[in-house]
Design a protein around this ligand. Structure first.
Ligand SMILES: [Zn+2]
Length: 172
């Protein structure tokens, strides 16, 4: 699994930049149920702002998912532009935090792995309906699925369907 680490100690009021390539190995820690492939560039700008840190994050590239309609590979563009704030607390687990872009870490944390944050940002940015544009689905798979649906609807694929056919033939 690739590590997307941003050092938090030593940041200053002038902006510091960090670049990471998100490739196949990025998904190792997350499974591949939602996102099956990734090819993105992540860029961070981190800046100390008094007792908190501002991290501006952009992600650009594409991910591979499964088309909801034809189940074939579907490549979706990724374009993320978010500003995160990192704050520190003695007991971060006790802090009520309702803002996803607000990250609370234990006082003294020296570095931050952005993998989970990036993965969540990418997932949230994807459309709910992941389908090829009209006419872009695999026609064979679509035809096959339509046939299965039709069969299921007419009950032709029940264990007795063959028997029914046989009886019909005998009557004639
Ligand atoms: Zn499709």
């Amino acid at each position: 699994m690739s590590e997307i680490i941003i050092p938090l100690h030593g940041l200053t009021r002038s902006k510091q930049e960090f670049d990471f390539a998100l490739e196949e190995s990025f998904l190792d820690g997350f499974g591949r149920e939602v996102i099956q492939g990734v090819n993105c560039a992540a860029h961070f700008t981190a800046q100390q702002k008094g007792d908190w840190i501002e991290i501006h994050c952009t992600v650009a590239g594409e991910v591979k998912v499964e088309c909801d309609r034809c189940l074939e590979d579907l490549f979706l563009p990724v374009a993320i532009d978010e500003t995160l704030t990192v704050r520190f607390d003695e007991n971060p687990e006790e802090v009520v935090n309702e803002d996803d872009n607000n990250i609370i870490l234990r006082e003294g944390t020296s570095e931050m792995d952005m993998s989970q944050t990036l993965y969540d940002l990418i997932c949230v940015s994807l459309p709910l309906q992941k389908v090829h544009p009209e006419g872009g689905c695999n026609p064979e798979t679509i035809a096959h699925l339509a046939k299965e649906e039709e069969q299921a609807a007419s009950g032709l694929n029940t264990p007795f369907s063959g028997l029914k056919e046989l009886l019909k033939q005998k009557k004639n």
